[in-house]
Design a protein around this ligand. Structure first.
Ligand code: FES
Length: 171
């Protein structure tokens, strides 16, 4: 099956959408289509990506007008009977095509204080408020994911797998 992608091409001075038609297959994500287009039709198309696993945020773009991670946006979730628009994130200044200047993130990151977990046996860790917060967190985690990443570790949303560090990471 073929799909049409309207990809924004340009730089800080301006640009416009260009149409690319490419073959799509089951299991593909938007980033796969962008790479196919880049490989076969537009070798000068600028796009940024890194992990291809939804972790780094490098592949952020607006897909059909919504901010998305291209590596996590399945083509099967999009109405492919219409062209799929892909444009740079509006929140950041454009450098080229789909690549934006995200240096603001790094400047802000430097201002964030280092995370310091409290001791697991701290008195507040045993309070009824703590237990209530933990319950809320578990319910939210269950609703969102069968498993979720907490401080880089996959934690299944079961109370026995959650501890104070998990709760801290949600603050
Ligand atoms: S490539 Fe890292 S989030 Fe998409």
């Amino acid at each position: 099956m073929n799909a049409i992608f309207k990809i924004w091409r340009g730089d800080a001075k301006g640009g416009d959408f260009r149409d690319y038609t490419t073959e799509v297959a089951e299991g593909m994500v938007v980033l796969d289509a962008i790479h196919d287009i880049q490989r076969a039709q537009a070798p000068d198309l600028a796009c940024r990506w890194n992990c291809k696993a939804g972790k780094c945020g490098s592949c952020s773009a607006e897909v059909n007008g919504m901010p998305k991670l291209m590596c996590m946006t399945r083509l099967s979730e999009l109405p492919l009977e219409k062209p799929v628009t892909v444009e740079p994130m509006k929140a950041f200044p454009v450098l080229k095509d789909l690549v934006t200047d995200v240096s603001w993130n790094f400047r802000v990151k430097k201002k964030i204080k280092k995370f310091k977990p409290r001791a697991p046996d701290a008195p507040e860790a045993k309070s009824p408020e703590h237990a209530q917060q933990l319950e809320i967190y578990v319910a939210a985690a269950r609703a969102m994911f069968p498993g979720t990443l907490v401080e880089g570790q996959l934690v299944y949303a079961e109370p026995e797998n959650l501890d104070d560090r998990a709760l801290h990471s949600q603050r």
